[in-house]
Design a protein around this ligand. Structure first.
Ligand SMILES: Nc1ncnc2c1ncn2[C@@H]1O[C@H](COP(=O)(O)OP(=O)(O)OP(=O)(O)O)[C@@H](O)[C@H]1O
Length: 300
């Protein structure tokens, strides 16, 4: 079931339309990767979910009804502009945020300890935030989003600037929270990472969702592609009706077919010479992103 729904959100800043009917849902237990070019509207959409910004039109729903202030208090949010007090000690900061969300002093203390350990910053609990490296500050920022055991996670570029170990720690935590039933939505420009950890992704362009679904859904096309390595050139391809070369790198050709008949492609290649690789070509999220962002067509 869709736990969090963004329905037809519209928002303008003066005459600049930041959101233009953006709609998507995030289910319980689902990690949703929210991607789009700079200025496409991701932060604006997340701020509207949080309620720090009001939509001009459209609605955010939680569990099927309009989201309330109380629901919003149960969101764990990592803002793009971050939001830690630089001179406050990590421990005080996390305990303070937990208390703001209604935890008792004892629960705030134990949640602070637990999340600091999970995120690898327990040894820095006594330090001022400003003395931490940026990556460690970001771990603390995630701890700040998690310390009140939120029902939803909304994270604006949580992975930017992290080293690979920190990326693993953070993605492990997101998966663990999702497995506990929490809907997780995060924005990122690191498309390989988004592809690796998201259950579903949404691509936003100029304030409108141009594609939403699992990576496999988005890959599904009525013009399947194949990689063929072997015969030099691509003259052999002329023998296959409805097939065309998309790209060629040395003896490796990516072929698009109109009817998905890979066997016809393989037969033509074999007739031209030995073939040492033949496989369906699976576009990466980066390929899909380039494709939908470059095209003007608005789908789904
Ligand atoms: N406070 C503001 N005042 C005026 N325009 C704004 C404001 N905030 C955002 N915008 C504009 O709204 C559009 C959407 O911005 P938004 O920050 O939501 O994009 P984004 O997808 O998060 O971008 P990025 O990937 O660069 O963080 C942009 O054109 C931006 O310039």
């Amino acid at each position: 079931m869709a736990a969090l729904e963004l329905d037809s959100l519209t928002k303008s800043y003066g005459d600049r339309k930041a959101l233009d009917g953006a709609t998507f849902t995030v289910g319980s237990g689902e990690i949703f990767g929210f991607v789009g070019s700079n200025g496409a509207g991701k932060t604006t959409a997340m701020r509207i979910v949080l309620g720090v910004l009001a939509a001009d039109a459209g609605e955010v729903r939680w569990q099927g009804r309009p989201i309330t202030l109380d629901d919003r208090r149960r969101i764990g949010y990592m803002p793009e502009e971050r939001g830690l007090y630089p001179r406050m000690r990590v421990r005080d900061q996390l305990e303070y945020l937990a208390r703001l969300h209604g935890l008792t002093p004892a629960s705030a203390r134990s949640a602070t300890q637990r999340w600091a350990e999970t995120l690898g910053v327990a040894e820095r609990l006594g330090d001022e935030v400003q003395k931490l490296s940026l990556g460690n500050q970001q771990r603390v920022q995630l701890a700040a989003a998690l310390v009140h055991d939120p029902d939803v996670l909304v994270l604006d570029e949580p992975f930017s600037g992290l080293d690979p170990v920190a990326v693993d720690v953070m993605s492990g935590v997101l998966r663990e929270r999702a497995d506990a039933g929490v809907p997780v939505v995060f924005s990122s420009h690191q498309l390989e990472l988004v592809e690796r950890i998201s259950d579903r992704v949404g691509i936003i362009k100029s304030g409108r969702m141009v594609a939403t679904g699992s990576i496999d859904d988005l890959r599904t096309t009525d013009r399947p592609r194949w990689v063929v390595a072997g015969p030099p050139g691509a003259q052999w391809l002329g023998q296959v009706p409805g097939a065309r070369e998309l790209s060629r790198d040395g003896d490796r050709t990516v072929v698009e077919t109109s009817d998905g008949d890979g066997q016809a492609v393989l037969r033509a290649a074999l007739a031209a010479g030995p073939v040492h690789e033949f496989a369906p070509a699976r576009p990466s999220l980066t390929d899909l992103f380039r494709h939908v962002v470059a095209s003007e067509e608005v789908a789904r």
